[in-house]
Write a protein of this length. Structure first.
Length: 547
């Protein structure tokens, strides 16, 4: 390190980029990356996580033999690895046995105090020891100062690194935190910045100006959430200020040979969900999981992250997200929250479409591929039975139903303008109807994610997630003799989910969950049908559902 440069750089591509490709970097590519970063002047190369669990991906455990293969042909930057709270206290060999020089202990703030005593042996074994405070925007100044004091006094910590895990830091706040730490600890301090709000580089500049001793970057910005500060950007900038220390050319060559291809295979960096994660200081999985489901509006996603931000939850909790979804908060538009009993009391005797078509057959149109594949069959059925036709979401004027219904805000915003003028518009309780200019009839339904579908005094209680099943319940209230479904194909073994083109990229687990949910609600619809005089329910197009 030159005397006029007060900081060093760390390359975290393999470790943080591993969240993108499941740590599947071939050893020869990691070796080439190590050489490129080292010759560019990078002082520390983070090779992955350190774990004794041999079932994990290679760089999630970073075994000594793999580390040795990376460094055997070129001796350059020091090698670092991260220990997480659940692996702190694991028995490590002396540095030569792991091939690791620097241990970074990544801790959420609820784990810092209990893990400090477990780190004493690492320093004694010859490691440089970092403590990386994850989710730094969740700390108060007092909490940061107290932790700095504890780490300073223990005597076996070398660095305190702040992790901007959600990419939420602003440069002025970065300056405040780094300056405060420099004034109140003798330890070296650093920044691990994420780029959710495209402020990673600005935060690094602020950190270095405030006296940071180490800053992280990754090649091509590869990393979780919004990615990291691009290492090549750091090298380009500081290479101009310190030409004797840094040369960006080796990493640019590596990016050209490897990273562009990897970037074509895997997505990372700035996205809508990562922006929201950064702005609202919450784990990016909350936003990505909701957006990936393709059924929630951005307004509903924002409502979720605000709930998360105001809670005491640390990191990501699938259980906490499911509680938010199951609470019905995302779909609720009533200014007042009613119990089912209060809702029934309020609307009993006031359901306008009760027995409106008593004794008629009903046909409910979903949006599956069979809606167009079996159009001749469906048209023939309509001509023969003259049913009351209830359609859901986008029908593309392929059919003109008697009633066209929506209960998903995202769907309504996409396809509400396509409702034919001769169809009556039905809107469920999940639709924000305050500014709707069209004439519509409200679906009287208690939006209840946690109770089975049931009908009490013609008032439906449902999770309202499947508009097709909800329409089945409405048909019962309208007086159906028989209920037929078309285009409700299910979510199993489907190359396409809809008869029209739409972004259908959803995980297999999400699709299975939706299928199972609909199957359960169809069973509950059957129970309701029996209470209405054994109304027959059947499909006239192929489906993976069972009745």
């Amino acid at each position: 390190m030159k005397k006029d440069k007060q900081f060093i750089m760390l390359d975290c591509t393999v470790r943080d980029g591993g969240y993108i490709n499941n740590w599947a970097f071939p050893i020869e590519i990691v070796a080439s990356m190590y050489k490129a970063s080292s010759t560019a002047g990078v002082e520390i190369f983070e090779i992955g996580f350190l774990s004794e669990d041999t079932s994990l991906p290679l760089w999630r455990q970073s075994p000594a033999w793999a580390v040795k293969q990376v460094t055997q042909e070129y001796q350059g930057a020091q090698i670092s690895a991260i220990l997480e709270a659940n692996t702190v206290g694991m028995k490590l060999g002396i540095p030569e046995e792991t091939g690791i020089d620097v241990l970074r202990i990544a801790l959420n703030k609820d784990k810092v105090v209990e893990c400090i005593p477990k780190m004493a042996d690492y320093k004694a074994q010859g490691y440089t020891v970092f403590v990386q405070l994850m989710g730094i925007t969740g700390y108060t100044d007092i909490e940061i100062l107290n932790i700095c004091k504890l780490l300073d006094e223990c005597g076996y910590i070398d660095y305190i690194n702040i992790g901007d895990s959600y990419g939420s830091l602003l440069p002025e706040r970065t300056t405040e935190i780094i300056s405060m730490m420099k004034r109140n600890t003798r330890l070296k301090v650093g920044l691990h910045a994420h780029n959710n709000m495209q402020l990673g580089m600005a935060n690094v500049l602020a950190a270095v100006a405030a006296g940071a001793n180490i800053v992280d970057g990754s090649l091509y910005g590869m990393g979780r959430g919004g990615g990291n500060v691009p290492l090549e950007l750091l090298l380009s900038y500081y290479g101009k200020k310190f030409p004797d220390c840094y040369d960006v050319l080796p990493v640019l060559d590596f990016i050209d040979r490897y990273m562009i291809r990897i970037r074509q295979e895997f997505e990372w960096g700035y996205t809508l969900n990562n922006l929201l994660s950064g702005v609202y200081e919450c784990h990016p999985y909350y936003t990505s999981k909701l957006i990936d489901k393709r059924e929630y509006t951005i307004e509903q996603v924002l409502k979720t992250v605000k709930i998360v931000s105001s809670s005491e939850v640390i990191g990501f909790s699938d259980e906490f997200l499911n509680k938010i979804i199951e609470s019905g908060l995302l779909q609720r538009n009533d200014e007042k929250e009613y119990s089912l009993e209060e809702y029934v009391t309020l609307y009993a005797g006031h359901v306008p479409y009760t027995n409106r078509y008593k004794g008629r057959d009903f046909l409910i149109l979903g949006n599956g591929p069979t809606l167009i594949e079996c159009k001749e069959t469906i048209d023939s059925f309509i001509q023969k039975h003259n049913p009351v036709v209830l359609g859901a979401n986008n029908l593309s004027n392929l059919y003109i139903p008697d009633y066209h219904a929506f209960n998903n805000q995202r769907r309504f915003e996409q396809y509400g303008n396509s409702v034919h003028s001769s169809s009556k518009l039905l809107l469920g309780p999940s639709i924000n109807a305050k500014n709707i200019k069209y004439e519509y009839e409200p679906i009287i339904c208690y939006n209840s994610p946690l109770t089975p579908l049931k009908i009490i005094e013609d008032i439906i209680s449902s999770n309202c997630r499947s508009i097709s099943v909800l329409l089945g319940a409405i048909a019962l209230v309208m007086g159906a003799r028989n209920i037929y479904f078309a285009g409700m194909d299910g979510y199993l073994n489907q190359e396409r989910l809809h008869f029209y083109d739409e972004d259908e990229s959803q995980s297999a687990s999400d699709l299975k969950e939706r299928h199972d949910s609909n199957q359960a609600y169809l069973g509950q619809l059957g129970i309701c049908a029996r209470s209405y005089g054994s109304v027959k329910i059947c499909f006239i197009t192929p489906t993976t559902y069972e009745l």
